[in-house]
Design a protein around this ligand. Sequence first.
Ligand code: HEC
Ligand code: HEC
Ligand code: HEC
Ligand code: HEC
Length: 165
Amino acid sequence: MNKKIHNIYIRTWWFVLCLYSLVFLFFSFPLYAEEKKESRYIGSDSCKPCHESQYISFKSHARKSRSFDSVQKMKEGLTEDEIKACYVCHTMGYGKPGGFISVEKTPELRNAGCEVCHGPGKLHVEAEDPAYIIRNVTIDICQECHIQERVQAFRYKPIIFAGSH
Ligand code: HEC
Ligand code: HEC
Ligand code: HEC
Ligand code: HEC
Protein backbone atom coordinates (compact mmCIF):
# COMPACT_ATOMS: atom_id res chain seq x y z
CA MET A 1 0.00 0.00 0.00
CA ASN A 2 1.54 3.37 -0.92
CA LYS A 3 1.55 6.28 1.56
CA LYS A 4 -1.19 8.34 -0.10
CA ILE A 5 -3.71 5.55 -0.26
CA HIS A 6 -2.79 4.63 3.29
CA ASN A 7 -3.65 8.18 4.48
CA ILE A 8 -6.99 8.20 2.70
CA TYR A 9 -7.73 4.85 4.26
CA ILE A 10 -7.05 6.15 7.76
CA ARG A 11 -9.04 9.34 7.21
CA THR A 12 -12.02 7.40 5.98
CA TRP A 13 -11.90 5.28 9.08
CA TRP A 14 -11.76 8.32 11.31
CA PHE A 15 -14.72 9.80 9.50
CA VAL A 16 -16.79 6.64 9.89
CA LEU A 17 -15.84 6.39 13.55
CA CYS A 18 -16.85 10.01 14.30
CA LEU A 19 -20.10 9.64 12.42
CA TYR A 20 -20.88 6.48 14.33
CA SER A 21 -20.21 8.20 17.67
CA LEU A 22 -22.42 11.14 16.75
CA VAL A 23 -25.28 8.89 15.72
CA PHE A 24 -24.85 6.91 18.92
CA LEU A 25 -24.88 10.06 21.08
CA PHE A 26 -27.90 11.40 19.24
CA PHE A 27 -29.96 8.29 19.85
CA SER A 28 -28.83 7.57 23.38
CA PHE A 29 -29.67 11.06 24.66
CA PRO A 30 -33.47 10.62 24.64
CA LEU A 31 -33.01 7.27 26.42
CA TYR A 32 -31.04 9.02 29.11
CA ALA A 33 -33.72 11.73 29.39
CA GLU A 34 -36.38 9.01 29.66
CA GLU A 35 -34.59 7.46 32.62
CA LYS A 36 -34.56 10.76 34.50
CA LYS A 37 -38.27 11.38 33.90
CA GLU A 38 -40.19 11.83 37.14
CA SER A 39 -43.79 10.92 37.68
CA ARG A 40 -46.33 13.65 38.40
CA TYR A 41 -49.69 13.89 40.14
CA ILE A 42 -52.65 13.20 37.89
CA GLY A 43 -55.69 12.95 40.21
CA SER A 44 -57.85 10.08 41.49
CA ASP A 45 -60.34 10.24 38.59
CA SER A 46 -57.59 8.98 36.25
CA CYS A 47 -57.36 5.75 38.24
CA LYS A 48 -61.05 4.90 37.84
CA PRO A 49 -60.96 3.16 34.42
CA CYS A 50 -58.56 0.47 35.63
CA HIS A 51 -59.22 0.26 39.38
CA GLU A 52 -62.93 0.86 39.60
CA SER A 53 -63.63 -1.03 42.83
CA GLN A 54 -60.92 0.85 44.78
CA TYR A 55 -62.12 4.10 43.23
CA ILE A 56 -65.79 3.62 44.14
CA SER A 57 -64.94 2.47 47.65
CA PHE A 58 -62.59 5.42 48.17
CA LYS A 59 -65.07 7.95 46.81
CA SER A 60 -67.92 6.69 48.96
CA HIS A 61 -66.11 6.04 52.25
CA ALA A 62 -62.86 7.97 52.58
CA ARG A 63 -63.15 11.50 53.91
CA LYS A 64 -59.98 12.33 51.99
CA SER A 65 -62.06 12.34 48.81
CA ARG A 66 -63.82 15.43 50.18
CA SER A 67 -60.94 16.96 52.11
CA PHE A 68 -60.94 20.21 50.14
CA ASP A 69 -64.50 20.94 51.35
CA SER A 70 -63.30 20.69 54.96
CA VAL A 71 -60.97 23.60 54.37
CA GLN A 72 -63.66 25.57 52.50
CA LYS A 73 -66.02 25.17 55.45
CA MET A 74 -63.50 26.53 57.94
CA LYS A 75 -61.69 29.17 55.93
CA GLU A 76 -63.79 32.06 57.24
CA GLY A 77 -61.51 34.39 59.20
CA LEU A 78 -58.28 32.68 58.05
CA THR A 79 -55.57 34.53 56.11
CA GLU A 80 -54.44 33.38 52.63
CA ASP A 81 -51.26 31.93 54.14
CA GLU A 82 -53.15 30.05 56.83
CA ILE A 83 -55.43 28.53 54.18
CA LYS A 84 -52.43 27.50 52.08
CA ALA A 85 -50.98 25.74 55.12
CA CYS A 86 -54.12 23.57 55.19
CA TYR A 87 -53.56 22.56 51.55
CA VAL A 88 -50.37 20.67 52.44
CA CYS A 89 -52.50 17.90 53.96
CA HIS A 90 -55.97 18.55 52.53
CA THR A 91 -55.10 18.58 48.80
CA MET A 92 -53.11 16.38 46.40
CA GLY A 93 -49.40 17.24 46.55
CA TYR A 94 -49.58 20.96 47.34
CA GLY A 95 -46.04 22.41 47.26
CA LYS A 96 -44.61 19.31 45.53
CA PRO A 97 -43.64 19.14 41.82
CA GLY A 98 -46.76 18.62 39.73
CA GLY A 99 -49.06 18.95 42.75
CA PHE A 100 -52.14 21.07 43.54
CA ILE A 101 -51.79 24.79 42.76
CA SER A 102 -55.31 26.23 42.83
CA VAL A 103 -58.90 25.20 42.09
CA GLU A 104 -58.74 27.10 38.79
CA LYS A 105 -55.45 25.60 37.59
CA THR A 106 -55.60 22.07 39.03
CA PRO A 107 -59.24 21.22 39.91
CA GLU A 108 -58.53 17.46 39.59
CA LEU A 109 -56.03 17.68 42.47
CA ARG A 110 -58.11 19.62 44.98
CA ASN A 111 -58.85 16.65 47.25
CA ALA A 112 -56.29 14.37 48.88
CA GLY A 113 -56.53 11.25 46.70
CA CYS A 114 -55.09 7.87 45.80
CA GLU A 115 -51.66 9.37 45.18
CA VAL A 116 -51.41 10.57 48.78
CA CYS A 117 -50.64 6.95 49.66
CA HIS A 118 -49.51 5.46 46.34
CA GLY A 119 -47.31 8.33 45.13
CA PRO A 120 -47.55 10.32 41.87
CA GLY A 121 -49.36 8.23 39.25
CA LYS A 122 -48.84 9.84 35.83
CA LEU A 123 -46.12 7.47 34.60
CA HIS A 124 -48.04 4.47 35.95
CA VAL A 125 -51.21 5.55 34.12
CA GLU A 126 -49.35 6.10 30.85
CA ALA A 127 -47.31 2.91 30.98
CA GLU A 128 -49.86 0.73 32.85
CA ASP A 129 -46.80 -0.58 34.65
CA PRO A 130 -46.92 -1.39 38.40
CA ALA A 131 -43.21 -0.51 38.63
CA TYR A 132 -44.17 3.17 38.56
CA ILE A 133 -46.54 3.08 41.54
CA ILE A 134 -46.08 2.42 45.26
CA ARG A 135 -47.84 -0.68 46.49
CA ASN A 136 -46.18 -1.12 49.87
CA VAL A 137 -47.80 1.77 51.68
CA THR A 138 -46.07 2.28 55.01
CA ILE A 139 -47.00 4.15 58.17
CA ASP A 140 -44.43 6.90 57.61
CA ILE A 141 -46.38 7.95 54.51
CA CYS A 142 -49.48 8.46 56.72
CA GLN A 143 -47.51 10.35 59.33
CA GLU A 144 -46.68 13.16 56.91
CA CYS A 145 -50.24 14.33 57.59
CA HIS A 146 -51.48 12.30 60.54
CA ILE A 147 -48.87 13.89 62.74
CA GLN A 148 -48.32 13.04 66.41
CA GLU A 149 -50.21 15.97 67.90
CA ARG A 150 -53.20 15.01 65.81
CA VAL A 151 -53.22 11.29 66.49
CA GLN A 152 -52.02 10.15 69.89
CA ALA A 153 -52.26 6.41 69.47
CA PHE A 154 -51.78 5.61 65.79
CA ARG A 155 -51.21 1.89 65.36
CA TYR A 156 -49.86 0.43 62.15
CA LYS A 157 -51.68 -2.86 61.63
CA PRO A 158 -55.25 -2.03 62.62
CA ILE A 159 -55.53 1.15 60.63
CA ILE A 160 -53.17 1.01 57.66
CA PHE A 161 -56.17 0.10 55.50
CA ALA A 162 -58.41 2.73 57.06
CA GLY A 163 -59.24 5.75 54.97
CA SER A 164 -58.25 3.98 51.73
CA HIS A 165 -60.58 1.47 50.03
C1 HEC B 1 -54.68 2.30 32.14
C2 HEC B 1 -54.86 1.43 33.27
C3 HEC B 1 -54.39 1.90 34.64
C4 HEC B 1 -54.65 3.11 35.23
C5 HEC B 1 -55.38 4.33 34.66
C6 HEC B 1 -54.11 3.00 36.57
N1 HEC B 1 -53.57 1.76 36.77
FE1 HEC B 1 -52.82 1.03 38.50
N2 HEC B 1 -52.40 -0.76 37.61
C7 HEC B 1 -52.64 -1.03 36.28
C8 HEC B 1 -52.10 -2.35 35.97
C9 HEC B 1 -52.16 -3.04 34.61
C10 HEC B 1 -51.54 -2.83 37.18
C11 HEC B 1 -50.83 -4.17 37.37
C12 HEC B 1 -51.79 -5.33 37.38
C13 HEC B 1 -52.43 -5.48 38.69
O1 HEC B 1 -51.73 -5.72 39.68
O2 HEC B 1 -53.68 -5.37 38.75
C14 HEC B 1 -51.77 -1.81 38.19
C15 HEC B 1 -51.39 -1.94 39.50
C16 HEC B 1 -51.57 -0.94 40.47
C17 HEC B 1 -51.18 -1.06 41.86
C18 HEC B 1 -50.53 -2.27 42.48
C19 HEC B 1 -49.05 -2.21 42.17
C20 HEC B 1 -48.33 -3.50 42.43
O3 HEC B 1 -47.09 -3.42 42.63
O4 HEC B 1 -48.95 -4.57 42.40
C21 HEC B 1 -51.50 0.12 42.47
C22 HEC B 1 -51.26 0.47 43.93
C23 HEC B 1 -52.09 0.97 41.47
N3 HEC B 1 -52.12 0.31 40.28
C24 HEC B 1 -52.54 2.24 41.72
C25 HEC B 1 -53.03 3.10 40.74
C26 HEC B 1 -53.36 4.49 40.98
C27 HEC B 1 -53.23 5.21 42.30
C28 HEC B 1 -53.82 5.00 39.79
C29 HEC B 1 -54.23 6.42 39.48
C30 HEC B 1 -53.23 7.44 39.72
C31 HEC B 1 -53.76 3.92 38.81
N4 HEC B 1 -53.26 2.79 39.42
C32 HEC B 1 -54.16 4.02 37.49
C33 HEC B 1 -53.28 -0.24 35.38
C34 HEC B 1 -53.71 1.05 35.60
C1 HEC C 1 -51.40 14.15 52.28
C2 HEC C 1 -51.89 13.97 53.63
C3 HEC C 1 -52.38 12.61 54.09
C4 HEC C 1 -51.71 11.41 54.04
C5 HEC C 1 -50.35 11.11 53.49
C6 HEC C 1 -52.60 10.44 54.66
N1 HEC C 1 -53.77 11.06 55.05
FE1 HEC C 1 -55.37 10.18 55.97
N2 HEC C 1 -56.40 11.96 55.92
C7 HEC C 1 -55.87 13.16 55.47
C8 HEC C 1 -56.86 14.20 55.64
C9 HEC C 1 -56.68 15.66 55.25
C10 HEC C 1 -57.99 13.60 56.22
C11 HEC C 1 -59.28 14.29 56.62
C12 HEC C 1 -60.16 14.62 55.46
C13 HEC C 1 -61.32 15.45 55.91
O1 HEC C 1 -62.09 15.03 56.75
O2 HEC C 1 -61.42 16.57 55.38
C14 HEC C 1 -57.67 12.18 56.38
C15 HEC C 1 -58.52 11.22 56.92
C16 HEC C 1 -58.15 9.95 57.26
C17 HEC C 1 -58.97 9.04 58.04
C18 HEC C 1 -60.35 9.37 58.60
C19 HEC C 1 -61.46 8.42 58.21
C20 HEC C 1 -61.77 8.32 56.73
O3 HEC C 1 -62.41 7.34 56.36
O4 HEC C 1 -61.40 9.15 55.89
C21 HEC C 1 -58.23 7.89 58.18
C22 HEC C 1 -58.62 6.62 58.95
C23 HEC C 1 -56.98 8.06 57.48
N3 HEC C 1 -56.95 9.34 56.93
C24 HEC C 1 -55.98 7.11 57.36
C25 HEC C 1 -54.77 7.27 56.68
C26 HEC C 1 -53.76 6.25 56.53
C27 HEC C 1 -53.85 4.85 57.13
C28 HEC C 1 -52.75 6.80 55.80
C29 HEC C 1 -51.45 6.16 55.34
C30 HEC C 1 -51.57 4.86 54.69
C31 HEC C 1 -53.11 8.18 55.51
N4 HEC C 1 -54.38 8.40 56.04
C32 HEC C 1 -52.32 9.08 54.80
C33 HEC C 1 -54.62 13.38 54.95
C34 HEC C 1 -53.67 12.39 54.72
C1 HEC D 1 -50.50 18.25 59.06
C2 HEC D 1 -51.65 17.98 58.21
C3 HEC D 1 -52.90 18.83 58.32
C4 HEC D 1 -52.97 20.19 58.21
C5 HEC D 1 -51.87 21.19 58.01
C6 HEC D 1 -54.39 20.52 58.34
N1 HEC D 1 -55.11 19.37 58.50
FE1 HEC D 1 -57.15 19.26 58.73
N2 HEC D 1 -56.99 17.25 59.01
C7 HEC D 1 -55.82 16.52 58.91
C8 HEC D 1 -56.11 15.13 59.18
C9 HEC D 1 -55.08 14.01 59.17
C10 HEC D 1 -57.49 15.05 59.47
C11 HEC D 1 -58.33 13.80 59.79
C12 HEC D 1 -57.96 13.01 61.00
C13 HEC D 1 -57.80 13.83 62.23
O1 HEC D 1 -58.75 14.54 62.60
O2 HEC D 1 -56.73 13.71 62.83
C14 HEC D 1 -58.02 16.40 59.34
C15 HEC D 1 -59.35 16.76 59.53
C16 HEC D 1 -59.87 18.01 59.30
C17 HEC D 1 -61.27 18.35 59.36
C18 HEC D 1 -62.39 17.38 59.66
C19 HEC D 1 -62.64 17.33 61.14
C20 HEC D 1 -63.76 16.38 61.47
O3 HEC D 1 -63.66 15.75 62.50
O4 HEC D 1 -64.72 16.28 60.69
C21 HEC D 1 -61.40 19.69 59.06
C22 HEC D 1 -62.66 20.51 59.01
C23 HEC D 1 -60.05 20.19 58.85
N3 HEC D 1 -59.15 19.15 59.00
C24 HEC D 1 -59.74 21.48 58.50
C25 HEC D 1 -58.44 21.97 58.39
C26 HEC D 1 -58.12 23.38 58.16
C27 HEC D 1 -59.14 24.50 57.98
C28 HEC D 1 -56.76 23.47 58.13
C29 HEC D 1 -55.89 24.72 57.98
C30 HEC D 1 -56.10 25.74 58.95
C31 HEC D 1 -56.23 22.11 58.32
N4 HEC D 1 -57.29 21.25 58.48
C32 HEC D 1 -54.89 21.79 58.31
C33 HEC D 1 -54.58 16.99 58.59
C34 HEC D 1 -54.24 18.32 58.48
C1 HEC E 1 -54.95 6.01 52.86
C2 HEC E 1 -54.07 5.36 51.92
C3 HEC E 1 -54.59 4.87 50.59
C4 HEC E 1 -55.33 5.56 49.67
C5 HEC E 1 -55.86 6.98 49.77
C6 HEC E 1 -55.51 4.69 48.55
N1 HEC E 1 -54.90 3.48 48.78
FE1 HEC E 1 -54.72 1.92 47.48
N2 HEC E 1 -53.79 0.81 48.90
C7 HEC E 1 -53.49 1.26 50.18
C8 HEC E 1 -52.95 0.16 50.95
C9 HEC E 1 -52.49 0.22 52.39
C10 HEC E 1 -52.91 -0.96 50.06
C11 HEC E 1 -52.43 -2.37 50.35
C12 HEC E 1 -50.96 -2.51 50.04
C13 HEC E 1 -50.46 -3.88 50.42
O1 HEC E 1 -50.86 -4.85 49.78
O2 HEC E 1 -49.66 -3.93 51.35
C14 HEC E 1 -53.45 -0.51 48.78
C15 HEC E 1 -53.55 -1.31 47.65
C16 HEC E 1 -54.00 -0.86 46.40
C17 HEC E 1 -54.02 -1.64 45.16
C18 HEC E 1 -53.51 -3.06 44.99
C19 HEC E 1 -54.62 -4.04 45.03
C20 HEC E 1 -55.26 -4.13 46.38
O3 HEC E 1 -56.44 -3.75 46.50
O4 HEC E 1 -54.58 -4.55 47.33
C21 HEC E 1 -54.58 -0.86 44.19
C22 HEC E 1 -54.84 -1.22 42.73
C23 HEC E 1 -54.90 0.43 44.81
N3 HEC E 1 -54.53 0.39 46.14
C24 HEC E 1 -55.46 1.49 44.15
C25 HEC E 1 -55.90 2.66 44.76
C26 HEC E 1 -56.71 3.67 44.09
C27 HEC E 1 -57.15 3.62 42.65
C28 HEC E 1 -56.95 4.64 45.03
C29 HEC E 1 -57.81 5.89 44.89
C30 HEC E 1 -59.16 5.72 44.34
C31 HEC E 1 -56.27 4.26 46.26
N4 HEC E 1 -55.67 3.04 46.06
C32 HEC E 1 -56.23 5.02 47.42
C33 HEC E 1 -53.65 2.54 50.66
C34 HEC E 1 -54.33 3.55 50.02
